[in-house]
Design a binder for this molecule. Structure first.
Ligand SMILES: [Zn+2]
Length: 378
């Protein structure tokens, strides 16, 4: 095998990043981004396809998949990032500061989540191509709708995917950090029905749904529940109508996150039961609906992806660190469709805010990692 190259074209990397973030790509409005990335992958010699995921959600683009044969034997490596960004993101522009950070102009997010990772993947492959270096077989996935609870990766058809390890470039923290575990996330809505009554003339004939909700919430464990789970009531969306009426209706929303899927489901049932019991005792009724938005996964710490990533960090003298995350990513859907892997810290900080930034040295390190791994013959 030819010697591995690590040199990174910093200026072009910055340019690629800035070009990508200047494309508007709200969730389910990823058309322009999908076209740009398809063109980039085609240019790099990939066979590119786009699925029908967009139509399913009323979006403008589907998931983009690129596959390319390499010159190093072994199963393909899979790299993925998402095309969409959270709002406010219209008209965003990456501004390079004297401190080597790229920020937005202040009124939008930057979109380093997830364009840092995307730029790193593209730039690493561009350099390998130019230098004529050997490369692994590759499968690249750019998903839509990640910020809307992983909708794109949820419906992607994984039957043609041959990779056995995935690297999802979608995590904050110093480059060298990777998440191998993430929780199940359950969202729930509870509706309590009671009975309205005049608050002054006949309050005793009413069934007070806010009082029911209050009693139930105080019985719940909120925040951390042990080391592995968190529970939240996030909003009371409606409860009653006026100060002089006993409220006959109350609606609450909340979530449960746990590294154990079974525990998350058990906790959800427990919450449902607390509300049901309190409502019943007061003469009212309660009903819960819930959705499992993300399913827990844990990539074994001796998995090929962990070993390869660790080697890359050691070779490049980056501080390797494995963590669990309580956030969601497309890694969850990849895992449950047979491609376990790691979510890599990807030169994105203060994401989902207008203060979001990327650091150029970190972006360079991330590109070095991708470049190293796609040349890894093991
Ligand atoms: Zn992201």
């Amino acid at each position: 095998m030819k010697e591995r190259s690590r040199q990174i074209n910093r200026e072009r990397l910055i340019e690629t990043f800035q070009r990508l973030v200047s494309i508007d790509a709200p969730s389910f409005g990823e058309r322009e981004m999908a076209d740009a990335l398809k063109a980039e992958l085609t240019e790099l010699g990939f066979t590119v396809t786009e699925d029908q995921a967009g139509e399913r959600y009323g979006g403008t683009a589907g998931n983009v998949c690129g596959v390319r044969k390499g010159t190093i034997s072994g199963p393909p490596l899979l790299f993925s990032a998402h095309m969409d960004t959270v709002e406010p993101a219209h008209g965003k522009r990456g501004v390079l500061g004297a401190d080597d950070r790229i920020t937005s102009e202040g009124k939008t997010v930057l979109g380093a989540d997830c364009m840092s990772g995307t730029a790193a993947i593209l730039e690493a492959l561009r350099e390998i191509k130019e230098e004529g270096k050997d490369c692994r077989d590759l499968e690249i996935l750019f998903f839509i709708g990640e910020e809307k609870h992983l909708r794109g990766s949820e419906v992607f058809d994984y039957s043609h995917i041959q990779a056995e390890e995935a690297y999802i470039l979608d995590l904050t923290g110093p480059v060298g950090t990777a998440a191998y575990q993430a929780p199940t996330l359950v969202n729930f809505q509870i509706e309590i029905h009671g009975r309205a009554a005049h608050a002054g003339l006949a309050p005793e004939t009413g069934i007070h749904t806010i009082a029911i909700a209050a009693r139930a919430v105080t019985q719940m464990q909120l925040g951390h529940v042990g080391d592995e789970m968190t529970v939240n009531i996030g909003a009371i969306h409606s409860g009653g109508t006026n100060s002089n009426i006993v409220p006959e209706f109350c609606r609450l929303v909340g979530e449960v996150r746990s590294y154990s899927h079974e525990q998350a489901m058990e906790q959800t049932r427990l919450i449902e039961e607390i509300f049901r019991k309190e409502a019943q005792e007061a003469g009212g009724t309660s009903r819960m609906d819930y959705q499992v938005l993300i399913r827990a996964y844990e990539t074994p710490q001796d998995h090929g992806s962990v070993r390869r990533f660790r080697r890359a960090c050691e070779e490049l003298r980056l501080p390797f660190r494995l963590i669990k995350t309580f956030g969601g990513s497309d890694a969850s859907n990849l895992f449950h469709h047979g491609v376990p892997g790691l979510v890599l810290a990807s030169a994105m900080e203060l994401v989902h805010s207008c203060q979001e930034y990327t650091s150029v040295p970190e972006l360079v390190r991330l590109t070095e990692i991708v470049k190293w791994m796609v040349q890894d013959a093991e």
